[in-house]
Design a protein around this ligand. Structure first.
Ligand SMILES: C[S@@+](CC[C@H](N)C(=O)[O-])C[C@H]1O[C@@H](n2cnc3c(N)ncnc32)[C@H](O)[C@@H]1O
Length: 265
């Protein structure tokens, strides 16, 4: 998968997605996932989809195929999000979705498949990841063309009250706690009344994660430096403090929780 991308014409996408006015926060400029340039490199972007697939395989090691594991992890997440929106949004359909930390567009495609009539915006801080997302979309279009935006999810510059669903999948465990809190407030601003914020990520209550051998956890922390801050942050509390109601956390697979909340109607 990596070779196919590195040997393609993906490079031409960079100038179409790059927003030269983006100022990268310090945490984003440090080595990450064992890449010296963190997410700001072609190699990280080309390897991202394979790395994403490994999230599902590790979560469901008993699955008989990659597809089965992926469908189990992504399917439960999407059903939980849809259920939350149906129950608390006051019957509003999902028209406009924002996928913050969309990476190379894997979560964006799952959202497009689940909500085929919705307009979807994918937002990420890495123009390399966004280039791969655009390249993937060119090869295999989604239900509707996606708007790809190069910006910081803490301060997107997008209009207030402009989305019904903002999704953040597997993003927060990569951020310092303050960046997460900033993003929660930004998502509250971006959602319409009745809109749903949906986070899916590692669950601090997961027995599997709690019982990881310490040496493995230390290894993970060496490439994901904010894991401690992530596990110590009271995410549900931060969401309530920002104004969200109906904040609910569900263990959607043995490793991951999906946390949803509503902007009051
Ligand atoms: C693990 S990936 C997300 C995977 C993807 N959402 C999925 O479910 O397949 C985390 C992404 O968050 C992005 N990111 C990190 N900090 C960000 C920020 N402050 N604003 C926007 N995106 C950010 C990274 O560039 C990376 O693409």
């Amino acid at each position: 998968m990596t070779r196919q991308i590195l040997e393609s014409d993906v490079y031409q996408e960079l100038e179409t997605v790059l927003n030269p006015s983006v100022v990268y926060p310090d945490y984003y400029l440090k080595p990450f996932h064992a890449y010296d340039e963190g997410n700001l490199s072609w190699l990280a972007a080309a390897e991202a989809e394979a790395a994403t697939i490994s999230i599902a395989i590790r979560a469901i090691p008993t699955a008989s195929s990659i597809d089965e594991a992926t469908q189990a992890v992504r399917g439960t997440w999407l059903n939980t999000v849809e259920q939350h929106h149906l129950q608390y949004s006051g019957n509003s359909a999902v028209h406009d979705i924002l996928d913050i930390g969309c990476s190379v567009g894997v979560s964006t495609r799952f959202l497009s498949d689940k909500f085929p009539l919705a307009n979807i915006t994918g937002l990420d801080l890495s123009p390399y990841f966004l280039s791969v997302a655009k390249y993937n979309e060119r090869r295999k279009p989604m239900n509707k063309p996606v708007r790809w935006i190069h910006a910081n999810g803490e301060d997107t510059g997008l209009p207030s009250n402009s989305f019904d669903l903002v999704s953040l999948s597997y993003l927060f465990h990569e951020l310092p706690a303050q960046a997460t809190v900033n993003m929660v407030k930004e998502v509250f601003r971006l959602l319409q009344p009745g809109g749903t914020m949906a986070v899916t990520d590692n669950s601090p209550k997961s027995k599997v994660l709690q019982e990881l051998p310490p040496v493995l956890f230390t290894l993970m922390k060496s490439t994901e430096p904010f894991l401690d801050e992530y596990y110590l942050l009271d995410l549900e509390g931060a969401m309530r403090e920002a104004g969200f109601v109906n904040v609910i956390s569900v263990l959607t697979d043995p490793r991951h929780r999906t946390v949803t909340g509503t902007v009051p109607l």
